[in-house]
Design a protein around this ligand. Structure first.
Ligand code: NDP
Length: 226
């Protein structure tokens, strides 16, 4: 299986790369600035690309390179994300944080799908995983995290729109809330180990045989009412 993972240099993205390599999948891993310890990994099934997910040119370059080697993509994991503007009150929300959050959390994944779609359509599995968040909850949302929560709602709408357009081509898009994870974003007190979450995302969502109960699920593949 060929898996394309954005924001793969740290956190959940890095854990997803490791799980996929350990299970003999081919991984196309992207990093924005610093590949971190990925640059020391000599696994021949790992290919690295420098991609800012908000940059059309970066994505065009990757797709051109993959097309030259006739590479198909089975699964795209839109993992790269940004948590900024954590103030609890609208008084302190800035346009800059709102725009940046939308750019990374919603616009970037849409651009990734747009550019990679031809390679996904020729792949066998035809899956797009959008890593979302329960900050996008529309039922009983909590106060605060305006830029992040608003942008992840937009990401979930991307999931819905893609399914409305592409289910006819057997392409399936799924939003996944990964839980509160111990990463740079989640912080040291977070209960979930990103390696366990990565395993669950592969085994209970990507590789699951029967259809998922919803196109918005938690990391166990259970339907979420977001
Ligand atoms: P981290 O902050 O640890 O890592 C974020 C990753 O996204 C980094 O690789 C970062 O790259 C990359 N990234 C940010 N902006 C861009 C960009 N413009 N282009 C390309 N890559 C970018 O986050 P987590 O691993 O914790 O989060 C992974 C996903 O899970 C995110 O979508 C997040 O919103 C979601 N999530 C996380 C939760 C948690 O508790 N941690 C809870 C709910 C959802 P760089 O190193 O260059 O900054």
């Amino acid at each position: 299986m060929n898996v394309f993972i954005t924001g793969a240099n740290r956190g959940l993205g890095r854990a997803l790369v490791q799980y996929a390599l350990n299970n003999h999948h081919h991984v196309f891993a992207t990093y924005r600035n610093d590949p971190g310890d990925l640059k020391n990994d000599t696994d021949e099934r790992l290919s690295l690309f420098q991609v800012d997910v908000t940059n059309d040119h970066d994505l065009e370059n990757v797709v051109d390179e993959l097309k030259r080697s006739d590479t198909e993509i089975d699964v795209l994991i839109n993992n790269a994300g940004l948590l900024i503007g954590r103030e609890a009150s609208i008084d302190f929300v800035s346009k800059e944080d709102l725009m940046k959050s939308f750019e990374v959390n919603a616009v970037g994944p849409a651009l990734c799908v747009k550019h990679l779609l031809p390679l996904l359509k020729s792949g066998e599995m035809k899956k797009i995983i959008n890593i979302s968040s329960d900050s996008a909850r529309l039922m009983n949302p909590y106060a605060g995290d305006y830029p992040y929560g608003m942008a992840k709602v937009a990401l979930n709408m991307l999931t819905k729109k893609l399914n409305a357009e592409l289910n006819k081509d057997q392409l399936q898009c799924i939003s996944v809330h990964p839980g509160w994870m111990h990463t740079d974003m989640g912080g040291e007190h977070a209960p979930e180990d990103p390696n366990t979450i990565a395993q669950s995302i592969f085994e209970k969502i990507i590789l699951r045989n029967e259809r998922l109960p919803s196109d918005v699920v938690d990391f166990n593949g259970e339907a979420m009412n977001l």
